[in-house]
Design a protein around this ligand. Sequence first.
Ligand SMILES: Nc1nc2c(ncn2[C@@H]2O[C@H](COP(=O)(O)OP(=O)(O)OP(=O)(O)O)[C@@H](O)[C@H]2O)c(=O)[nH]1
Length: 301
Amino acid sequence: MNALTLPDIAAQASRQALPLDWVGMCGIALPILIDGQRLSAKADAGVSLDDGEARGIHMSRLYLALEMLEQQDLQPALLRQVLQRFLDSHEGLSSSAYLRIHTDLLLKRPALVSPLSGWKTYPVTIEARLEKQMFHVELKIDVTYSSTCPCSAALARQLIQQQFVDHFGNKSLQHEDVLAWLGSANGIVATPHSQRSSALLQVHLQPDVQALPLTALIDQAEAALGTAVQTAVKRADEQAFALANGQNLMFCEDAARRLNLALKRSDAVQAIQLKVIHAESLHAHDAVAESHWTRGASGTP
Ligand SMILES: Nc1nc2c(ncn2[C@@H]2O[C@H](COP(=O)(O)OP(=O)(O)OP(=O)(O)O)[C@@H](O)[C@H]2O)c(=O)[nH]1
């Protein structure tokens, strides 16, 4: 049997004529380049099947178009080229093309005090679509941070005050006694609960953005949150982290508001949808807040 005789089922007419919104492949293994860094990714590639009479799309054509992503840095223009190739290879069948790329961005982060640093992964999804010649790019970024409950901190402070009264109530205060008491486990009788928390950021980029602002958005989010999860940690770094948490008490509502305000300052951002999850250590369920924002027609928030 030679290639000319291979049956081509996709080219047949469909028995049930019906257009489809999205047809393609999910979970395609792909090496990509972001800011010069080679990363392992999984891609979902698809097109609309507008011709309801056509049995199927040409999966291999989408798959092969992804080769364009192997050697060039991932930027909006490149995503658009790939999507255009999806459409060019499905002329008469499709008017919309979709590409989702899931990867773990690796960023080197310095310690708070010591001259050390370490790598941190940020799960990201880059989602691009070309519909009726309109091109859109959306970024989903997962940022982890530490949050300390302000209510718990206030309750702990009250217990420490009570302990102070119990201990020093009938004594004359001596500086060295108070200092020793403060440094003892007997003095600081209660600590507030903290949790590892995550911010799921979904950012719709402005149409004219030339470069994917992944690192910039992560930096802005971490600066707004103030207590990003650390990498290399010595005791000096842990102490600085304890101080940062103590000065940065937050409910999930506080975190959501801070992120909303920080991200909309970026010129690259057209709209945001965000969700913060405080995986509480107080109880077995999470505290969650969501927020969204869309830039007005005048370009102002
Ligand atoms: N459309 C479609 N193809 C599928 C599916 N599952 C597996 N395939 C296979 O994907 C393979 C590639 O499809 P095509 O791109 O049409 O391959 P081709 O006909 O050799 O390539 P072209 O000549 O470019 O059309 C075929 O062997 C299909 O059978 C499916 O659910 N839908």
